[in-house]
Design a protein around this ligand. Structure first.
Ligand SMILES: [Zn+2]
Length: 288
């Protein structure tokens, strides 16, 4: 079984939940970079060597709320070839003693189909989390419900999955256009680029910070190689700027950075590099 990785910031717990994992070649994550550059940094033999990717999200507890950050593939996970542990995010939640009714907040970092799946049950229109307010950047809502989304083919292909999910929770949406403090410990940070309304989530308590980076980082190397961009990014220059911002914040706060696509468990810290720029360090879990 794919583990749950739980990290503490003061009294607040952040748990990385899988909704499935697979191995695959990921040339598409490194557009703008010559394979000779990124292959050795990622540590694969060649650009077509498969490496692990997780799908899923996070649950934050201990601040008086139960907050999900992203909702995985949902029941569509079973249509994804080669996915280990497909669609088990609710089982991982149950393992933490959390029922769907307990979730009172959901933050969608963005609305790609692998991030908003469990907004609905397997009938595709009943909300899975009946008591949750869904926080969504207003630019993200406008993009996925407007015409512009059709210009990026990969996004157009997701519309059939995404739009019914948005409709299912429309009455529970809380949209915003700026930072949102959800509690003393949890803050939403707009970080556009991957999509128009992409956000990160900062958890800060007891002098410790955990940054949930969404799809600003598909792989830890994206935290120090900010120009290696996924082909699907909506606005590459914005993505680079958002990565600079999150890397700087992570370095200043000595934060632990987690992201849904990192294999579980993967925790990263970002340091200021001596010659300028940043250095992403994957933490050795055997030492923690
Ligand atoms: Zn993604």
């Amino acid at each position: 079984m794919i583990p749950v990785d739980t990290i503490r910031a003061g009294d607040v717990h952040v748990s990385h939940l899988s909704d499935g994992a697979l191995s695959g070649p990921r040339r598409s994550w490194f557009t703008g970079a010559d394979p000779a550059e990124w292959v050795p940094v990622v540590g694969v033999a060649d650009p077509d060597t498969p490496f692990p990717v997780n799908f899923g999200g996070f649950v934050i507890t201990g601040d008086g709320h139960v907050t999900l950050v992203d909702t995985g593939w949902g029941h569509r996970a079973h249509d994804v070839a080669g996915l280990d542990g497909a669609g088990e995010m609710l089982d991982r939640l149950a393992g933490l003693g959390i029922a769907p009714e307990d979730v009172d907040r959901i933050v969608q970092t963005h609305l790609h189909a692998d991030h908003c799946g469990w907004l609905v049950k397997d009938d595709a229109y009943t909300p899975t989390f009946p008591n949750a307010t869904v926080y969504l950047h207003e630019a993200e809502l406008a993009y996925w419900t407007g015409d512009e989304v059709e210009k990026i083919e990969a996004n157009r292909k997701m519309l059939a999955a995404v739009r019914p999910r948005v409709e299912a929770v429309r009455g529970r949406l809380s949209t915003f256009d700026g930072e949102v403090k959800l509690s003393d410990a949890v803050t939403i940070l707009p970080t556009p680029g991957h999509t128009p309304g992409h956000v990160c989530v900062m958890v800060s308590a007891g002098g410790q910070t955990v940054l949930l980076a969404g799809d600003l980082a598909h792989h830890p190397v994206h935290l120090d190689h900010h120009h290696w961009l996924p082909v699907i990014d909506y606005a590459p220059e914005q993505s680079v700027a958002s990565r600079e911002y999150i890397a700087q914040l992570a370095a200043e706060r000595d934060a632990v950075v987690l992201a849904p696509h990192f294999p579980i468990p993967t925790r990263v810290q970002v340091q200021l590099a001596a010659g300028g720029g940043f250095h992403a360090v994957v933490l050795d879990r055997s030492a923690s």
